[in-house]
Write a protein that binds this ligand. Structure first.
Ligand SMILES: Cc1cc2nc3c(=O)[nH]c(=O)nc-3n(C[C@H](O)[C@H](O)[C@H](O)COP(=O)(O)OP(=O)(O)OC[C@H]3O[C@@H](n4cnc5c(N)ncnc54)[C@H](O)[C@@H]3O)c2cc1C
Length: 482
């Protein structure tokens, strides 16, 4: 994801009228709605976490259940709990297993690129372990995903990455099944234009249920204080303590100020509002997603047996999961059909209203036809009941928007913000957070509790160093010249 740093203003605070995603529509009975563990804010705490998406919730969980847990943890959330990207994503927990290796190697070199890819697979295991251990009812499905190329350009790019990863010793045996025979790829994926497909382990889940379970657990068992509808408007420190290891942070909200020894920014797309050094280093970007009711040929025994991501051209793609729980298909992407693809980056409007920087009508239209366009037999020709048309209630159920945080080097920022003792960030997940955040949060919690970087499994490249923030734009320019 490449962009010019200068072009993006401060993201501001999350907008006040966010839409409800398919997930959020189904959680209107949650006891977390409007939750405030205490009536007023405590004047001082050990740790403040800003943001209650998966980054905030998983960091709280690993901090409070790890070694040396802090005495008090306060979570401040501008909206309802889990009302950012996590509450409105595709529910796809899908690691990079070789895809993307090519690009990562160009930026970071072979060893680090291999670590970044291995980190994703470790995250899938960690998510599975976490959900099993805590018995989290979040419609978790562990299976496989297809990575399918729909034309030769996309297939060549995919094969390049696959072969390079294999030659560099990447663990591919027993993990990735590559099919280069296009007829076989079509048969397996049911996609009309499949040229090539690879399959590998992946998962799907109901993101709000995962996060709300973690938050409830932290509140009821480990003393987390969650305060929803409490936006943080500024974070500072007194001039005397800024350079000291025990700096006291002052967190300002419309409901009063809180002092903390440590502050964690789990604010993804909005990080630069509170930490201006991230301006241009984490840039917001709007995504659109749809819930689709399948036709009979994709229901019951005809349901898809794997999730998928399909590519065409240089870098166009959609992704989907079919929920085993109810057969609903969650389809994300559609950017190719946008008349303003450039405006998606920099956009912070997740009100879900069509137009004016909000939901894009062209993408909604695209979602209506995408299944039929790409998947064979979507409209069942043998059904004399329906011919080519959909029954009332089939097809697009609803679509919504959400805001992601993108970085120039396509990896998140995780760790201590250089030059700011006691300030930590876990943000910039580049639309790939479900595939990384649990491991990022576990590593961050270890760092905060006193472990060294090498004790964690975090790739070195994730560090929020001044050097990285300065250098990214230069690296990007060099890469683009290659
Ligand atoms: C449409 C869409 C589809 C996606 N699909 C997938 C997918 O299928 N798979 C995948 O891996 N990833 C996907 N993603 C990306 C994924 O959702 C994110 O990477 C992940 O949820 C980020 O989690 P987070 O906790 O870091 O951020 P968020 O969930 O955005 O949480 C940040 C929280 O911080 C709060 N906040 C921000 N500023 C302040 C402030 N000043 N004061 C108080 N609170 C504040 C926000 O309100 C928000 O609740 C998708 C994203 C979108 C938008």
């Amino acid at each position: 994801m490449y962009y010019e740093a200068e072009s993006y203003p401060s993201p501001g605070l999350p907008v006040k009228d966010p839409c409800l995603s398919f997930w959020l529509q189904n959680t209107r009975s949650s006891s977390l709605l409007g939750h405030r563990t205490t009536e007023s804010l405590p004047p001082s705490v050990d740790v403040v976490i800003i943001g209650s998406g998966l980054s905030g919730a998983a960091t709280a969980y690993y901090l409070l259940t790890g070694l040396n847990p802090p005495k008090s943890v306060l979570m401040l959330e501008a909206r309802e709990a889990c009302d950012g990207a996590t509450g409105r994503n595709g529910g796809h927990c899908r690691p990079y297993v070789f895809q993307g290796y090519h690009e990562y190697k160009k930026i970071f070199g072979k060893e680090e690129a291999l670590k970044i890819i291995a980190f994703d697979m470790a995250n899938l295991h960690l998510m599975t372990e976490l959900i099993e251990k805590e018995q989290i009812d979040c419609d978790f499905w562990l299976g496989e995903s297809y990575e399918t190329s729909l034309d030769q350009e996309a297939a060549d790019k995919k094969l390049d990455s696959y072969q390079m990863f294999k030659e560099d010793g990447g663990p591919i045996e027993g993990v990735v099944k590559m099919t280069t025979d296009s007829d076989e790829a079509k048969r397996l994926t049911r996609m009309r234009n499949a040229v090539l497909t690879a399959s590998f382990p992946a998962a799907s889940l109901f993101p709000y249920k995962l996060v709300s379970h973690l938050l409830q657990l932290c509140i009821s068992k480990f003393g987390l204080n969650l305060q929803t509808h409490t936006p943080v408007t500024a974070v500072g420190t007194s001039a005397q303590t800024i350079t000291k290891a025990d700096a006291q942070w002052i967190i300002t909200t419309p409901r009063g100020k809180v002092m903390a020894n440590k502050v964690i920014f789990a604010t993804n797309a909005y990080t630069a509002t509170l930490l201006p050094e991230f301006l241009g280093n984490i840039v917001p970007g709007q995504g659109q997603c749809a819930a689709i009711v399948p036709t009979p040929s994709y229901s019951g025994k005809g349901m898809m047996d794997k999730t998928c991501c399909y590519y065409w051209g240089k870098d166009h793609f959609d992704y989907l999961i079919q929920r085993p729980k109810d057969g609903i298909i969650i389809l994300g992407g559609g950017k190719d059909s946008s008349p303003r693809p450039g405006a998606i980056l920099g956009c912070t409007n997740d009100s879900g209203r069509t137009g004016e920087g909000g939901k894009q009508a062209e993408i909604t239209e695209y979602f209506k036809s995408a299944m039929d366009k790409y998947f064979g037999g979507w409209h069942d020709p043998n059904s004399d009941q329906r011919g080519d048309s959909l029954r009332s209630g089939e097809g697009l159920l609803y679509d919504w928007t959400g805001i992601m945080g993108f970085t120039r080097d396509n990896i998140p920022f995780v760790g201590n913000v250089e030059g700011k003792p006691g300030a930590y960030v876990i943000a910039g997940h580049c639309g790939h957070g479900m595939a990384r955040i649990a491991s990022c949060a576990k590593g961050l919690a270890m760092l905060i509790s006193g472990a060294s970087w090498s004790d964690t499994s975090l790739p070195e490249s994730f560090r929020p160093t001044k050097k990285r923030m300065r250098q990214t734009s230069q690296t990007t320019k060099n890469n683009e010249e290659v």
